[in-house]
Design a protein around this ligand. Structure first.
Ligand code: KIV
Length: 267
């Protein structure tokens, strides 16, 4: 448990490499950000919110304005953690639009932006970092490429893929990224990526031999229980706890046992 009032800075994150694992979790609102804030290093306002919060089938339709709304909400609850926000699909295709949109998140109070992409993303990273914007890269399985790739495909299965991932991580680091997420990648390959760079590599579905872990909150707390990816560990049976509680509430209202006297105002 961190229980530390000091705000986490980019240097706290960078300096954890080789010292202690970085803990990152997603949040999309103030309520949950406040609950997570004492225990994690980084809160990610992930574009996964389009699926787990908005109920869409992938992340692609998330709009800038909606992402901004959620960042502002998270910042109300996160007083300690370093707050990173995902740039929505289509908001960073070129340096100009990336700079314009990333600036909106930083002005709202986010500590860094994250976006997906390998070698092609490096010049965009360089431009943003040059303008004073902290950038976390995202390589390996990139959910914003789901339609192009015809599904979510695990990476690092060939030697060429392994070499490409290492090359991408190095290029993104040279461009100025302070950290990178590596998603959905064979553990042994993710470990080699982490060893090949100085910046911390935060894994999701990428095994233990990286510099930190990230999970989507609604997956790891069991609120999204329609499907469980192999890499998700459920730390709570959230959906069933909610169903049981709401079922009890509905029953008591119908039976007129709620509200009982203790919940009434009396003279
Ligand atoms: O959007 C998200 O939640 C993410 C994580 C899966 C890393 O990018």
């Amino acid at each position: 448990m961190l229980k530390n009032d000091k705000k986490v800075t980019i240097y706290d994150i960078i300096n954890k490499k080789g010292v202690e694992p970085i803990v990152m979790i997603t949040a999309y609102d103030a309520l949950f950000a406040r609950l997570f804030d004492d225990y994690v290093d980084i809160i990610l306002v992930g574009d996964s919110l389009n699926m787990s919060f908005n109920g869409k089938k992938d992340t692609l339709s998330l709009k800038m304005d909606d992402a901004l709304y959620h960042v502002k909400a998270v910042l109300q609850g996160a007083k300690h953690a370093f707050v990173v926000v995902d740039m929505p699909f289509g908001s960073y295709q070129d340096e100009k639009s990336a700079l314009k949109n990333a600036t909106k998140f930083i002005k709202a109070g986010a500590d860094a932006v994250k976006f997906e992409g390998g070698l092609k993303a490096a010049p965009i990273v360089k431009r943003l970092v040059g303008e004073g914007i902290n950038v976390m890269a995202h390589i390996g399985l990139m959910p914003q490429f789901v339609r192009k790739e015809g599904g979510y495909k695990i990476k690092g299965r060939s030697e060429a893929d392994e070499a490409r991932l290492i090359e991408e991580a190095k290029a993104l680091e040279r461009a100025g990224a302070f950290s990178a997420v590596v998603e959905g990648t064979l553990s042994a390959v993710a470990a080699k990526v982490a060893k090949s760079v100085q910046m911390p590599i935060i894994g999701i579905g990428a095994g233990a031999d990286v510099d930190g872990q990230v999970l989507v909150w609604s997956d790891m707390l069991g609120f999204f229980d329609e499907f469980k990816p192999k890499f998700v560990k459920r730390y709570l049976d959230g959906a069933n706890l909610v169903r049981t509680a709401v079922e009890a509430y509905a029953r008591e209202v119908r039976e007129k046992t709620f509200p009982s006297e203790e919940f009434e105002y009396k003279i």
